[in-house]
Ligand binder design. Structure first.
Ligand code: SAH
Ligand code: SF4
Length: 360
């Protein structure tokens, strides 16, 4: 809810027919028109829905609003990247980023306000956790970003704030809406997870050809545990095994995200062990040089030669490697740098560092 009126974003066409057009004979047909304006054309007012009777537009505008989100801030980077700071009416802010490139337009969206996983290198994790986002707020980010750019956003990654598999139901609902109503391919939707093993198995059972990315960041349990509290619950081996099961169940190639931290995760020994760990699995290792975040440990990005050497070892072992293209530097739009600007709330969150309650 925002402005006192419920939003239609988050509802399927069939649900719009029920919720907004209940008594009408033409409810299903009108609902499909409305859904088309909302999801395919990303319109945010009923007045723009030109093929609806004027009276119906006015009636809908009295009872509903189209979009669920309010923009709190918008930053535009020199390379065309735009970062939207949004809230759903309660002042809890979260971020979404759109990246236009010559080949395609993709976006990175949030699944939670903050994140309870507490990864030591991540601005969101260091800030703590406020709440899950609803499917409406998740799809609303896509639609709000689509209104900022001329070309269609064809790819979505869940790499903004939050751990998507800890908000499983709403994330899955948002994915179905992005597919069924917006018209995106499941193959162009990437869920990135820190490794919530039982939820990876649940996702594999959904039978959707989604792209899954596992944030591994070290092949060694001691290193990974020192960076990511989740590793105390599910080890490197358990997480990678879950990824293998996902790949086997869906037939999709997976991505292993690998964060390069100077002197910590970028050693030759780890490159060799990583290659051994992923051997035989259809996957790509995506190297992410650390994006600067102030941390207690003073993490730093490795030098270019160190990154090249790490990559070289993987490639010499036959591993497919990509490297994260850096975009939106001047507006801190990169992975791990998204954090609410509500400093009071951030300060409070910093006192939390215990392991969150995780599914078993
Ligand atoms: N919670 C999910 C998705 C959001 S984080 C996950 O962890 O996978 C998206 C990616 O950004 C993850 O791979 C995460 O490890 C990475 N990341 C976090 N902080 C970062 C930083 N400071 N520099 C580079 N990547 C970072
Ligand atoms: Fe959460 Fe992902 Fe950041 Fe870890 S890296 S704290 S799981 S958002």
């Amino acid at each position: 809810m925002a402005n006192g009126l419920p939003s239609l974003v988050g509802l399927t066409s069939a649900e719009i027919a029920q919720a907004a057009l209940g008594g009408r004979d033409d409810a299903r047909w009108r609902a499909r028109q409305i859904a088309h304006w909302i999801y395919r054309k990303a319109k945010d007012s009923f007045e723009e829905m030109l093929d609806l009777p004027v009276g119906l537009r006015a009636d809908l505008a009295e009872r509903f609003r189209v979009q669920p989100l309010h923009a709190a801030d918008l930053r535009v980077a020199r390379d065309g990247t735009q970062k939207l700071l949004a809230h759903g009416g309660d002042g809890e802010v979260f971020e979404a980023v759109v990246f236009p490139t010559p080949q395609r337009v993709s976006c990175c969206i949030s699944s939670q306000v903050g994140c309870p996983m507490g990864c030591r290198f991540c601005a969101t994790g260091l800030g703590g956790y406020d709440r899950n986002l609803s499917a409406a707020e998740i799809v609303g980010q896509y639609l709000a970003l689509q209104r900022l750019v001329d070309r269609r956003i064809s790819h979505v990654v869940f790499m903004g704030m939050g751990e998507p598999l800890l908000n499983y139901g709403e994330v899955l609902r948002s994915i179905r809406l992005l597919h069924d109503e917006v018209g995106l391919s499941y193959r162009h939707i990437t869920v990135s997870t820190v490794g919530i093993v039982p939820r990876i198995d649940d996702l594999a059972r959904e039978g959707l050809p989604l792209h899954l990315a596992l944030s591994l960041h070290s092949p060694f349990d001691d290193v990974r545990s020192s960076l990511m509290p989740v590793n105390q619950k599910w080890s490197v081996r358990e997480s990678v095994d879950a990824l293998r099961r996902y790949v086997a169940a869906t037939g999709r190639k997976a991505t292993v995200e690998y964060l390069l931290l100077d002197g910590i995760t970028d050693t030759a020994e780890q490159a060799r062990e990583l290659a051994r760990l992923v051997r035989g699995m259809p996957c790509v290792v995506n190297l992410i040089p650390f994006n600067h975040v102030d941390t207690e440990q003073g993490f730093a990005r490795p030098r270019r030669e160190a990154i090249r050497a790490f990559r070289g070892i993987l490639e010499s072992q036959g591993v497919n490697v990509t490297q994260r293209v850096e975009r939106g530097h001047d507006i801190a739009a990169a992975c791990g740098q998204l954090a609410g600007r509500h400093t009071g709330r951030l300060a409070r969150r910093r006192s939390r560092s215990e392991l969150p309650v995780l599914p078993s």
